[in-house]
Design a protein around this ligand. Structure first.
Ligand SMILES: [Zn+2]
Length: 252
């Protein structure tokens, strides 16, 4: 039986299949304002960083049992990402998650300075190899969709990237990338749709010169699809090395 034609005037169906929206509904609790986390500098200083084993390439948090120099994780061994290396400071859980959710969806202040301090301390400490001497990268934030930027009035990765670049003394380029689509938050999509959601969603503005070395900053690393899409756009425009740094990592 042929499919019935859509009634005139009826809106087109959802961009993603129903299962996506069901999954999204189940995660609506993420949009609710969380119990007020303590976001004082002393509280943020106590947020537990992930210090266990990570994939040397994508930074995936590995379960125990790995030595000091673990091998790349399965996905990286099968298909290395376009970016050179990625690292995340915290698990996307507890007050780390609550602070990001509260800032993005409830308009509450985010402890930008305190989180930037934690990132700075780590970048000059156990992540010091990410910034080689003599080849300082330019800090580039993952851009927000213009509609989201207009609604929120800020882009969290850009706020953090700006402070971090000043604190650590690196160039800052918030306009190296622009976002053309990808309005559904990655964390609210099943993994098989995250790449589709951001595929081709980022581009380097026409005529813009891309820095050779880039430190790409985002708030949360979920599947890596966003970092991959950004890295493809940047490397297609001449970037040679891309280090991805995120505040948190959503552990599946
Ligand atoms: Zn990996």
């Amino acid at each position: 039986m042929p499919a019935a034609a859509q009634p005139p005037g009826r809106r087109k169906g959802p961009r993603f299949p129903p299962a996506t929206w069901i999954a999204e509904i189940t995660t609506l609790r993420d949009l609710l304002p969380p119990a007020s986390p303590d976001l004082s500098p002393s509280a943020v200083a106590r947020w537990p960083a992930h210090v266990g084993a990570t994939c040397p390439r994508c930074g995936a948090f590995l379960v125990s049992g790995h030595g000091p120099h673990p091998s790349p994780c399965g996905p990286c061994a099968a298909a290395p990402p376009t970016f050179d290396v990625a690292r995340s400071l915290f698990d996307y859980a507890g007050d780390v998650r609550a602070a990001i959710v509260a800032a993005k969806y409830a308009g509450r202040p985010y402890p930008v300075d305190a989180v930037t301090l934690r990132l700075h301390e780590t970048l000059v400490g156990r992540w010091r190899d990410l910034i080689p001497d003599g080849a300082p990268p330019t800090v580039v934030p993952v851009p927000a969709h213009p509609w989201k930027y207009f609604r929120r009035g800020f882009n969290l990765p850009a706020l953090i990237a700006s402070r971090l670049s000043r604190r650590i003394g690196l160039p800052f380029d918030p306009l190296a990338l622009s976002r053309t689509r990808g309005r559904v938050p990655q964390a609210r999509l099943p993994g098989n749709l995250r790449h589709e959601n951001v595929e081709g969603a980022f581009r380097v503005p026409r005529g813009r010169e891309v820095p050779t070395a880039i430190l790409l900053l985002d708030d949360v690393y979920t599947s890596g699809a966003t970092a991959e899409a950004c890295a493809r756009a940047l490397k297609c425009s001449g970037a040679a090395s891309i280090v991805v740094v995120t505040v948190a990592r959503a552990v599946p």
